[in-house]
Design a protein around this ligand. Sequence first.
Ligand SMILES: N[C@@H](CCC(=O)N[C@@H](CS)C(=O)NCC(=O)O)C(=O)O
Length: 240
Amino acid sequence: MIELHSSPTPNGQKVMIMLEETGIEWRHVDVNIGTGDQFKPEHLKLNPNNKIPAIMDTEGPEGRPYTMMESGAILVYLAEKTGKFLPGDARKRYDTMQWLFFQVAHVGPMFGQANHFNGQAKDNQYARDRYNNESLRLYQVLENRLGECQWLACDEYTIADIATYPWCKGHKDRGVDKTAFPNFMRWFEAMEARPAVRRNNDMAAEIRARMNKAAEGQPTINIYDTKDNAERLIHATSSR
Ligand SMILES: N[C@@H](CCC(=O)N[C@@H](CS)C(=O)NCC(=O)O)C(=O)O
């Protein structure tokens, strides 16, 4: 059984979609990053980088429990464990790795920074332009790729598609539509037609509501304060 210690952000949803697609037995353990659960000692044992997602496989390699951080690595692990969504053919496999790494190295960090500056630093025009322009460029890379391929990596649905979809849900806010990005939109609609993706989207809303309710009356932290976060981690780990 897989325990997913997470929150339904895009990085959390990647793993939820994969778990739903594979049909493996799993459960969600809520980690509220708004109230600082990521700094709790029990979470730091699963993810020393104080982030979500993390997993605990009760039957990992050699039949023993195994824990993991980093959503891209978790997707590869689950693909190899279940034999799904990472093609056996060498070319398709490496193509999948390329587009998975492209998501982890570019789409996630750049869209994340664009969201951050658009939401938290509206007066910082330089930063907003930098990350919004870069995000639009990345949508163009996806558009071009999906003009030559049915799915992102190849002619098969893979973990590269699963990793990229949750980050693209905000495409309308960036002016990405059918007129300018027809190939991307074909892919996005094909993703949303998948039952596992639909289940993920419903579950994400339910988990969010459950976590908000559980957090009522609890003090929140400012996760954007990087100085506080560094001090929180030093405090959490030096007091063990
Ligand atoms: N590269 C990591 C990124 C994980 C990440 O940035 N998680 C965010 C939520 S999407 C988080 O846990 N933030 C909490 C914090 O920074 O304290 C992955 O793909 O797993």
